[in-house]
Design a protein around this ligand. Structure first.
Ligand SMILES: Nc1ncnc2c1ncn2[C@@H]1O[C@H](COP(=O)(O)OP(=O)(O)OP(=O)(O)O)[C@@H](O)[C@H]1O
Length: 315
């Protein structure tokens, strides 16, 4: 071995080791880890995002901001935060979960500490229920052990097998620790369409009475939600004791979106594509969407869901 190269290599290695010993935190800036450099709550960011990006959801915006802020500012929460988001398709439930993730984790939804499960994709076969249960429990335990500030999003909660919901119950409860792991700093978000029709009915009643949509408050929707979520035999929730044990901290209703919201979503979509908003195209697209109920045609059938792809056809 050539002595000059060897001593050069040894010198460089020693310099790097010395540098890392003096500045151990430097690595944390490059590699995502469970530290404040990567995980810190930005309340103003969430507030601004909810106001400017989430369209037509004044009730959900308020509840979510309060719930997340209260939880994230509490250094010693007594249980994990459990939010259950309900509403018609395409009204922003997944979207809002992304906004929450973005304002807690530097890498948002791509963070290694944010975990998304979709019932039909991840747990499709009932015969595999037992293995799903143990995999899910191990996944939650492993990830919370690695980082207490982990976030778990369960999409299509109403299609999830009740037995599987039951298997995650212990992690949502008030336990100090479970097998030596504390779950109290974790966030669980459940998304479902359960209760969507009852929420639509409340919004429709307001519309028919000529009342402003902004007048709808959480209290107007709570009964609608509880009736459907608690009493619906088809809803996974109904079979489990998630509800009677008060494990869900907030039930968050999402209102159905109207024509004007579809237009707003269209404009926002054009801007996000880096285009100048084209009013004519956006209005034509909104006009061609399907609305319900059949006679009144007030609410968008697909919410804002298909706008991204539809818009391409009009511009
Ligand atoms: N209220 C909203 N404000 C702004 N954009 C929205 C809203 N609702 C939906 N969108 C747009 O439509 C897309 C699809 O919506 P999203 O996936 O959040 O709907 P969802 O309520 O989760 O529907 P589903 O119940 O079918 O899963 C979002 O990524 C977003 O671009």
């Amino acid at each position: 071995i050539e002595p000059i190269s060897t001593s050069l290599a040894v010198g460089i290695a020693a310099a790097i080791t010395g540098f890392l010993a003096r500045y151990p935190n430097i690595l944390y800036h490059f590699q995502e880890c469970c530290r404040p450099e990567w995980i810190s709550y930005n309340k103003t960011g969430l507030e601004v995002d909810l106001q400017s990006k989430l369209i037509g959801q004044h009730v959900a915006s308020r509840v979510i901001l309060k719930a997340v802020t209260g939880f994230m500012n509490n250094e010693d929460p007594k249980k994990p935060l459990v939010l259950s988001l309900h509403g018609w398709t395409g009204t922003g439930k997944n979207f809002v979960s992304q906004l929450i993730a973005k304002n807690i984790y530097q890498r948002g939804m791509t963070s290694g500490f944010v975990h998304l499960f979709t019932a039909t994709a991840h747990f499709p076969h009932e015969v595999d229920l037992d293995s799903y249960k143990s995999q899910l429990q191990q996944w939650i335990k492993g990830n919370v052990s690695a980082c207490p500030r982990s976030m778990f999003i369960f999409d299509e909660m109403d299609k999830m097998h009740p037995g599987l919901i039951d298997s995650i119950k212990p992690y949502l409860d008030f336990y100090e620790t479970l097998d030596g792991v504390s779950y109290r700093k974790a966030i669980f978000i459940f998304l479902s369409n359960a209760g969507g029709e009852n929420i639509v009915q409340v919004a429709l009643d307001f519309w028919k009475a000529g009342r402003d949509r902004e007048e709808i408050e959480l209290k107007h929707l709570e009964t609608a939600l509880s009736l459907s979520v608690f009493n619906n035999k088809n809803s996974g929730f109904w079979h489990t004791s998630l509800i009677d044990k008060n494990m869900v901290d907030f039930f968050v209703p999402f209102l159905p979106l109207e024509y004007k919201h579809v237009v707003q979503c269209g404009r926002a979509e054009m801007i996000s594509k880096g285009l100048e908003p084209n009013e004519e195209a956006v209005e034509q697209m909104a006009h061609d969407m399907n609305y319900f109920p059949r006679n009144e045609r007030v609410f968008s059938m697909q919410g804002c869901k298909v706008i991204s792809s539809r818009l391409d056809f009009y511009i």
